[in-house]
Ligand binder design. Structure first.
Ligand SMILES: [Zn+2]
Length: 106
């Protein structure tokens, strides 16, 4: 999950916030941000913050699992490792989606 606000200025760029907040109330009520695109500095309210899922990426565990399977048990092991890792990856995506929904409804 990552958090952003939309720039108040004409650029309407997404300004990503570096925060570990899981719900809206964990953010400051108001805070100042500078848009990286247009340079506009303005005050934003935590009600304006939106969460979105992280861009899809292959989890590190999936790669390591696949390689480990290939080394130990050959092609069959590699296949098993890939399926297992795929399941883990899907679970992580689902957890991220739930975190996004929790934040956006908070
Ligand atoms: Zn801007």
């Amino acid at each position: 999950m990552r958090l952003y606000v939309v720039c108040h200025n004409r650029s309407h760029a997404r300004i990503y916030i570096s925060s570990t907040a899981q719900i809206r109330s964990q953010l400051p009520y108001v805070f100042e941000l500078q848009c990286p695109l247009c340079g506009n500095r303005d005050v934003y309210h935590n009600r304006e913050v939106l969460a979105e899922e992280e861009p899809t990426k292959v989890p590190v565990g999936a790669i390591l699992g696949g390689i480990l399977g290939a080394v130990i048990a050959g092609p069959i092991g590699a296949l098993g490792g890939a399926i297992l890792a795929g399941g883990v990856g899907a679970g992580a995506d689902n957890a991220d989606r739930q975190a996004v929904e929790r934040f956006n409804s908070s």
